[in-house]
Design a protein around this ligand. Structure first.
Ligand SMILES: [Zn+2]
Length: 364
């Protein structure tokens, strides 16, 4: 089948096309009851999740940031990937301004999607987790340039209870030539390359562990070491005072990011709700404002999918974001529980925005 631009729209809105398409695939006669049921199911699925129209109409981009802080020499790339430098952030915003982009917050994006207003070149900045540098470094930059932004707070960060194991693991690997896990599992890490490989290997294992018992699992795993698991949180996380202070500025939106940053697909429905609503209610009680926006922890296909989207949809939030890569189209009004974002990294190429805006409607 040869596609032309706009053919997708005609195709998905025309049942006869679907019939012919399915018959062509050998799905069977569209006249029998079974085939009609199958036809309708497949049609709804394709319309809901795989539509590709229209190619060139991306109206907004939501950027994902984590940390904004100067780079430190000798650190491992996997953690450094979560960081952009203050200089880069400022240059990037200035470049977007020159190119005619507008900066909006998530409430405004929600309003645009709901109203069907036709806009383009809108940018939303979001920062995940609640790192202290968001308050100390990113906020002054956004303030100076008058740019709205959202910080999705994981409440174990300001509660100073979060196990920032990825930084502790990095320190441990960088300070040793060999790592012992559990009773006596030894792993060599002499060179920088070996250290990075080992970090990635252990990270994969930790991410697969039972999330609700992570603290005990980590203690068992690293029983050879005397680790203060909360030290990094005290050093790197925002305080409630920082968050309350931010919430008083109309440029800042405080969103939810669960209590403990667990991968939600590892939890049952009632635990997902406790993680999400528990955190949102705590934030609301601290800042005295409603929390209407939420971001899934991790947010890739490995941690959240349709099941979790359906649970979140029931909670009545205005928007929820994943880390699926893509721009925002008007069609996302039907997918407010799983809006895609674009990760902003230090080597992000402005030209790639044009390419990203040509991508299909990303949902799942
Ligand atoms: Zn996160």
């Amino acid at each position: 089948m040869n596609w032309r631009l706009n053919d997708h729209k005609k195709f998905i809105t025309n049942d006869r096309n679907f019939h012919n398409f399915l018959l062509g695939l050998g799905v069977g006669s569209a006249n029998t009851v079974t085939s009609k049921t199958m036809f309708n199911k497949l049609k709804n699925y394709l319309r809901k999740h795989l539509i590709i129209e229209p190619y060139l109409s991306g109206m907004a981009v939501i950027f994902t940031l984590h940390r904004v802080a100067p780079f430190e020499a000798g650190k491992l790339p996997s953690n450094e990937h979560m960081r952009i430098s203050p200089e880069f952030l400022e240059q990037f915003v200035n470049e977007l301004m020159k190119q005619g982009y507008s900066f909006i917050n998530l409430d405004r994006l929600h309003e645009i999607l709901i109203s069907g207003e036709r806009v383009s070149k809108q940018v939303v900045f979001t920062l995940d987790d609640g790192y202290k540098d968001n308050f100390e470094i990113a906020y002054p930059i956004f303030k100076k340039l008058n740019i709205p932004f959202t910080i999705y707070v994981t409440t174990s960060f300001p509660n100073k209870e979060a196990l920032l194991w990825w930084y502790l693991l990095e320190d441990l690997i960088l300070a040793n030539d060999e790592i012992t896990l559990y009773q006596n599992d030894k792993y060599r890490c002499h060179s920088f390359e070996e250290r990075n490989d080992l970090f990635l290997k252990i990270r994969r294992v930790i991410l697969s562990l039972e999330q609700c018992d992570l603290s005990n699992e980590l203690k068992r795993m690293f029983s050879h070491y005397d680790i203060d698991w909360i030290a990094k949180c005290n050093e790197l996380a925002m305080s409630w005072d920082d968050i309350i202070s931010l919430s008083k500025d109309s440029l800042a939106t405080i969103g939810g990011h669960t209590k403990n940053h667990y991968a939600l697909n590892k939890l049952c429905k009632s635990d997902i709700i406790k993680e999400v609503e528990g955190a949102n209610k705590l934030i609301e009680s601290k800042i005295g404002k409603a929390v209407s926006h939420f971001a899934y922890p991790f947010g890739t296909r490995h941690e959240v999918g349709i099941t979790e989207f359906d649970v979140i949809k029931e909670l009545g939030l205005k928007t929820t974001t994943t880390t699926r890569r893509g721009p925002i189209y008007k069609e996302h009004v039907n997918y407010l529980e799983c809006l895609p974002r674009i990760m902003l990294t230090e080597n992000f190429d402005m030209r790639s925005i044009a390419e990203i805006r040509k991508k299909r409607v990303v949902t799942l």
